[in-house]
Ligand binder design. Structure first.
Ligand SMILES: [Zn+2]
Length: 287
């Protein structure tokens, strides 16, 4: 098992063939974490801030308004004090997750990128990296697992890809998994993975119990199965989706299932940005 560690803002260490890679974040200021599910229409973009670091998981679509006139994520990131993105985690290269990358990078430099090597051949990604003139040396390919360490939080990345790539719906099920934790506050994000991927990985995420779960694939009925919910045991579930989207996300079955498990749910289409603050007793919703 290859384990990559990403140290932000310090030299990358521990790189050797077949071993691992480490990305370290070293700035220190505010140890309290803030996790924000940005309202980006039909797509995902989640901002995690801690110790003055900005980690962005996905970038939403290029245009967040139906008029397709503006990329509102630029204004949104400014609102949360983002001046640069220390690490950008790409779950998978669908445009509702990477469409906002170029506009973001043009305004707030993306210093490092972590993603699944199964997507090395993605034409869309290659085009975007070329347009961004992005240096390959700042891209971290998470072959198996990755660890990102800030002074206060550890972020685990899990690549479920080998089993799914080249199979039906492989891109969604190859979504990189992210687990954010400081021992008190925790969250799990799985991109657009379906329950096939959730169940396959269930033994690898034994310690991923979390306060917050982002519903897989915007609340599709093919994600967020009961066994996965019992493993994560979230207090909160977040649906990142566009208002009146044509996919019927989130599916009523998943909303119902959340209620049955007594999980509080939030939706970006109705509530806009969803903000959680870390506290000594876990992440708490911050209206
Ligand atoms: Zn998606």
């Amino acid at each position: 098992m290859n384990k990559i560690k990403i140290h932000l803002a310090i030299a990358i260490i521990g790189i050797c063939a077949g071993a691992g890679l480490e990305i370290i974040l070293s700035k220190f200021n505010n140890p309290n974490g803030r996790l924000i599910f940005l309202s980006v229409g039909q797509g995902d973009s989640i901002l995690f801030q801690s110790d003055n670091y900005n980690i962005l998981i996905d970038a939403g679509p290029h245009y967040q308004s139906e008029k397709k006139s503006t990329s509102t994520i630029i204004q949104t990131l400014r609102k949360y004090g983002v001046k640069e993105v220390d690490l950008f985690i790409i779950t998978h290269p669908d445009m509702d997750h990477i469409g906002g990358m170029e506009p973001i990078h043009s305004r707030y430099p993306i210093k490092k990128i972590a993603l699944n090597p199964c997507f090395k051949s993605s034409k869309k990604l290659t085009q975007i990296f070329n347009n961004m003139h992005y240096s390959q040396k700042n891209i971290f390919w998470i072959k198996d697992e990755g660890i990102v360490q800030t002074p206060s939080f550890q972020i685990k990345l899990l690549n479920p890809c080998k089993q799914f790539f080249n199979k039906r719906n492989s891109k969604n099920d190859s979504s990189l998994y992210t687990h954010i934790s400081n021992g008190n506050s925790s969250a799990t994000l799985t991109g657009d993975a379906s329950s096939i991927s959730e169940l396959f990985n269930i033994t690898k995420i034994k310690d991923w119990k979390s306060d917050i779960l982002k519903a897989g694939h915007h609340g599709s009925r093919y994600s967020t199965c009961n066994r996965f919910l019992r493993r994560i045991q979230p207090a909160y579930i977040v649906f990142s989706c566009g208002r009146n989207n044509p996919y019927n996300h989130p599916h009523p079955n998943i909303i119902q299932k959340s209620k049955k498990h007594k999980i509080l749910s939030y939706r970006t289409d109705f509530q806009g940005d969803i903000v959680f603050l870390s506290t000594p007793t876990g992440f708490r919703y911050h209206p």
